[in-house]
Each structure stands twice: as C-alpha cells, then as structure tokens.
Design a protein around this ligand. Structure first.
Ligand SMILES: C[S@@+](CC[C@H](N)C(=O)[O-])C[C@H]1O[C@@H](n2cnc3c(N)ncnc32)[C@H](O)[C@@H]1O
Length: 274
C-alpha cells in the first residue's frame, strides 16, 4: 500500500492550489465549491457525477455520512453543501487530508465537514455509527475489496445505504497504463462488474441500485487525443494531485473505455435491518 500512498502524495499541495487560485485571479475570501471543482473532484465526470450521486443517495440533513477515499474532499464538501448533512472523509494520503482540511476552512465548512488520514481497510470508527456512506473511485487501488466493504458495512447503522461510484475492469483484457489512478499494474486492482457485485453482496449488503454509466464516461472522454510535446496544463487541475503526465493518463482512460477494458458502475448497497 506504500506505493499507492506515495503516488497520491504531492508536496505542498494546499499551497499549489492557492497559487492556482491566485493565478486565475480568485479572491481567496470568496472562493466557492465551483471554483475548486477542476482540482478537487478527482473522478470521471467530476461535479456532474457528484450531483447525480447526491440525488441517488437520498441523504438528508440529519444524517452523518462517511466518505471513504475522499481525496482532497471536493465531493465531501459538495455532499454536505447540497444536503445539509455532516460528512466525515477519510483518505490514505495525509497530504490530501491536509489540503482537504485547509480548503474546507477556506470555504468555512469545517463545522459539518471533517477529515481523518486513515485506510479504508481499518476505519477508525466504532460499529454502527454512520447513517450512510459513499466511496468515489477508490476501489481501483484496493486489492482487498471484501476487507474494504466489510469495514463500510461494520461502521454503517442497519438500514444505512452505501453509494459507490467505481471503475471496474474486464476479465480478459488488460488495461493500458498509466491511468489517472495508477502509474502501472502494481497499483491497480480491477474486477469485472459482475465480480464486483458479488463482493458487495458477500460483505453482507443488498444491492438496491445498479447503473452502468460507461457510455457517459465514453462520451466525456470522446474528444481526448494523444498528447504530443510539452503538456499545456491549466493553473488548477488534477495534475496537481497526480503529476504532469495527466493528459497521457486521461488519453489512456479514453482508450480503455472505448475498448471496453474498463467500465463505470454506480450502485447503492444497503445494510439490511436485521
Ligand atoms: C481517484 S482518487 C478519488 C478521490 C475522491 N474520492 C474524489 O472523487 O475526488 C482515489 C483516492 O483513493 C485514496 N485511496 C486509495 N487507497 C486507499 C485506501 N486503502 N484507503 C483510503 N484511501 C485510499 C487515494 O489516496 C485517493 O485519494
């Protein structure tokens, strides 16, 4: 797991994001969720997907939700902002968690949005404490998917819903690397959708919703062309999170989607009441 932690550990991330905001002329006292979106929603279809997941979740203001693998917390903050619920995010990367906490303070959301550096395989919470959970594009880095889902199950209250938005693989075709979540195959653990579904139910969940969103992902990446020469990167973008080869990674994701080497699944899994 160390190399995964290293991959998601850029130096001085918060200050790089602040520099980016300054370069595009943002007043730091007036930064909004949408201003940060290019850098803090690190998943396919960004804030558009997050808003769809919020709708799907049915999470309400009285709830306390756990975001597992929250990154720098863009979707953690958006979930709290749009529903009014309290959200706690955890992530393996202490650099991401540091940026997540400081960005949350910048937006003055720290009352309802908290973060901890922790592994999804060893959640630092008691059993049956969260009303709901969500995890957005983390599973690709997790080899022990049953261990992760059993942890989510353990900390959820009975009746609690887990919203997952995850990249899956294909039984027969390997992935082109690098991709946004992995430099090479040693960091990427993809299951075909039907095997992923089996692991979710093996952890004890009932599947309530199962949507294949691959076609939307293909459309989102349809214009990607092979990058040539020095990359022309914006002031704010996910290259700050995982490096300047992001255009090659995005291009490979486009190829993987088009060749059906990867797929995109949105699901709601429920911890039964009894
Ligand atoms: C592609 S990013 C997605 C981040 C965030 N969910 C988002 O959508 O912006 C994957 C995240 O999973 C985290 N991660 C990977 N393995 C993890 C683990 N075992 N426990 C906790 N977080 C993990 C990484 O540190 C990274 O922040």
């Amino acid at each position: 797991m160390k190399h995964i932690h290293t991959y998601y550990s850029p130096n001085n991330l918060y200050n790089k994001i602040i520099d980016g905001l300054n370069e595009i002329g943002k007043d730091l006292f007036k930064v909004t969720l949408d201003d940060l979106q290019p850098v803090d929603e690190f998943h396919i279809r960004g804030d558009v997907a997050t808003k769809e997941l919020i709708k799907l979740s049915n999470f309400t203001p009285d709830m306390h939700i756990l975001d597992v693998g929250c990154g720098v917390g863009g979707s953690t903050r958006r979930l709290s902002h749009e529903t009014g619920c309290c959200v706690t995010g955890i992530d393996l990367s202490d650099e991401y968690i540091d940026a997540a906490e400081r960005l949350t303070q910048l937006l003055n959301m720290q009352e309802r949005v908290k973060f901890h550096a922790a592994s999804a395989l060893d959640l630092p919470f008691d059993c049956n404490v969260f009303d709901g959970a969500w995890s957005i594009q983390m599973n690709m880095n997790v080899e022990d998917k049953l261990g992760w889902l059993k942890e989510v199950y353990r900390v959820l209250k009975p009746g609690g819903r887990a919203v997952l938005y995850e990249v899956c693989g294909n039984k027969n075709t390997p992935v082109y690397f690098p991709v946004p979540w992995a430099q090479d195959s040693s960091m990427s653990f993809l299951l075909p959708p039907e095997s992923f579904r089996d692991v979710i139910t093996s952890a004890g969940f009932d599947i309530e919703v199962w949507n294949d969103k691959t076609d939307l992902a293909q459309k989102a990446f349809a214009q990607m062309t092979e990058p040539m020469g020095e990359p022309n990167l914006p002031e704010l973008g996910v290259h700050l999170l995982v490096g300047n080869d992001i255009l090659t990674k995005a291009y490979n994701l486009h190829r993987n989607l088009d060749d059906e080497r990867v797929s995109l699944i949105e699901t709601v899994a429920v911890k039964p009441n009894s």
